[in-house]
Design a protein around this ligand. Sequence first.
Ligand code: ADP
Length: 454
Amino acid sequence: MFEKILIANRGEIALRINQACRELGIATVAVHSTADTESLHVTYADEGICIGPPPSSESYLNITAILAAAEITGAEAVHPGYGFLAENASFAEMVHECHLAWIGPRPESIRLMGDKSKARQTAAAAGVPVIPGSSEPLQTPEEARRLAAELGFPVILKASAGGGGRGMRIARREGEIESLFETASEEAERAFGDGAIYMEKYLVEPRHIEFQILADRFGRVVHLGERECSIQRRHQKLIEEAPSPALTPALRREIGATAVQLAENVGYENAGTVEFLLDQDGSFYFMEMNTRIQVEHPVTELVSGVDLVKQQIRIAAGERLELENDFVPRGHAIECRINAEHPESFRPSPGRVTTFHPPGGPGIRVDTHVYERYVVPPHYDSLVAKIIAHGEDRDEAIARMQRALDFFVVEGVETTIPLHQRIVRDTDFRAGRLSTRFMERFLAEDRGDEPADS
Ligand code: ADP
């Protein structure tokens, strides 16, 4: 086992990794920007190293500074968390070149799955159903128009290098294709340095269902069931739960087996997530694979009893996975992502937190790096806390979440707690009637708009 790990991240996930290291008796090195000197991920680490000024491009994405910090402190492994450098294959390669262990999949797997168009081809070749669409990136708007006519509208244009819900455009009519193709491609070039665009049929009201995979280097691959992440705003997840109210044990086995099959096919190692869209008729399609720990991993931890971060570390240290492929969820877990944002306009609300009283009690876990007097910096993601509620069944998990949201006191910055309070009281939410269009309708009703016609 490793003796010292460098955590190349910040915020709640850096703390979460620190917790896992503590339990395994591993010393930690925190890297931080000058904006995060007073952050808990630094306070709780055995060593802290400042790697640059506040902008991420000069600190949390500063590869040279991070590798130098590992070298100076004698760390043996790097855990990248999520975001920042977690899915940067070149960084993973450099970590290996510096004779450090990378707590994540092999760089080839990151590169393969990071190109979403290639990932689609790989999934299709492994016998996993993919959404009807292009098998190669589209070269011209003309080609896009032809394929769209073949698939039937609506279609979605996606950046091959995309992520975080960015670089996607929905075309509803033939006349829109040309200009959307051009904007999507330009935007992808600007955001990801790669203008390649591919197309999929746009499913009208699917559910987002993703499977958690763990794989060791000896070829054992298991899945720990699904998370439903259909509650999204602008393709960004707000609420996740496990299990999905839409899956029967048989469908879970079937989709889970294809996720395992894909991971086996590419010789995947460590934790990963295979994302699917589940259509209303029960068909499911591969969407993409995320080659890192996910924000929403705690719901899986609560229904599986498996500590995913510790598993990641053990796998990277060369240990064998001791789990079987016989996953059955225990109870129900729901996560609400609390952001420092105005709950109606979603404008970021950085600043000093004057009161912070997180909820506790039966079945409640709060993953947060925030404390009273902490200053939420304006430079990073606005996630300030994740509340995860676990109950014997979905109703109990919802009741616990509702109580936890009501008892969560945060003052000084605005948060999305009031939004979550309204969602968990919504009739459709409570009935498990979810789809990726849920929030669109919910927000329109909230504003008193007429329902959308499509
Ligand atoms: P990212 O990597 O940017 O998160 P994804 O490919 O995972 O992008 O898609 C994010 C979300 O966009 C999905 O959860 C879903 O809501 C929506 N989406 C993506 N592809 C489709 C599609 N073909 N049809 C309908 N919705 C889609």
